[in-house]
Design a protein around this ligand. Structure first.
Ligand code: ZN
Length: 296
């Protein structure tokens, strides 16, 4: 097994033809800060550019696949400034909605679209909780294998936003189920996700990595170019139905929600739906930032 380690994830070749990326912030339930998302993008690129790799697995260390975006990140602007290599949108460092939209176009919708369109099969191995931004790591993958303790949720309507940035819910769940889980904030169990067709297999937790490798092995035995053409053909079906336009529409509404919340609550989300401890921590951080701005 060859291995090279990023700061927030592990990149490895567990066997010939298969690359595996493991999110490695288990102490934060693999919450995604800016650095992790750029590293993940780089790791996907590495696997995509390696002609020996035919299948890419995205897995996660620890109890949970991903708790979503890291609301505790304190210096996202510095992390953006270190990278900003992918998007072509301007607006970094500008004021107001322009900067926020540029950031989210780059590290959220931009990355998710790139990962969805990697011309090689990708498989997510999901255990524990996969919440909000966590969906934006699992959903861009072509197949999802879940452990029997996995659950999936996008509860952000409680925070005054109409769903995560990469609004793929309808394509994953169908219209009515998408409305139900967004309106209620309820999570979907692994068994329900299997029934909905969102996940390909549900396996015991201890078998998750081996089951994922087994499926990757089977796919890796096929022609690389045939796999690419198959993926392009299937992804093209949703795109022919206007998926990209629908996704853009949802993303623009998401930006409107952030702008509204900034005006009303002085933060990107409505904090009334957050647990009290998180709400207090965010308020304290906001106050410290404002004090810093006033004194500089
Ligand atoms: Zn957002």
């Amino acid at each position: 097994m060859s291995e090279s380690t990023f700061k927030t994830l592990i990149y490895e070749i567990p066997e010939a033809g298969i690359a595996r990326i493991r999110l490695n912030r288990p102490e934060r339930a693999n919450a995604q800060d800016t650095e992790l998302l750029y590293e993940l993008n780089e790791a996907f690129d590495r696997a995509a550019h390696d002609n020996e790799v035919r299948v890419i697995i995205l897995a996660a260390e620890g109890k949970h696949f991903s708790a979503g975006h890291d609301l505790g990140e304190t210096d996202s602007a510095a992390a953006m400034a270190r990278h900003r290599t992918v998007g072509t949108m301007c607006g970094f460092g500008c004021a107001g909605a322009e900067a926020q939209m540029a950031r989210e176009e780059e590290i959220y919708t931009g990355f998710c679209e790139r990962w969805r369109n990697i011309p090689k099969p990708t498989i997510a191995a999901v255990q524990g909780k996969c919440i909000a931004g966590g969906l934006m790591l699992a959903w861009p993958c072509d197949l999802i294998i879940a452990s029997d303790d996995a659950s999936f949720a996008d509860p952000v309507v409680s925070f005054g936003v109409g769903g995560v940035e990469w609004f793929h819910h309808v394509y994953e769940l169908g219209t009515r189920k998408a409305k139900e889980i967004l309106f209620t904030g309820d999570s979907i169990s692994a068994a329900d996700a299997l029934q909905l067709g969102m996940v390909a297999r549900v396996v015991p937790r201890d078998d998750l990595q081996e089951a994922t490798l087994g499926m990757a092995r089977k796919i890796a035995s096929k022609s690389r170019f045939a796999l690419k053409m198959t993926k392009l053909a299937i992804n093209g079906v949703a795109d022919a139905g206007g998926r990209d336009v629908a996704m853009q529409n949802a993303f623009h509404l998401h930006q409107l929600a952030h702008t509204h919340n900034l005006k009303v609550f002085s933060m990107l989300i409505d904090p009334t739906g957050l647990p009290e401890a998180t709400r207090k921590a965010m308020a304290a951080r906001l106050a410290a930032q404002q004090q810093q701005q006033q004194s500089s």
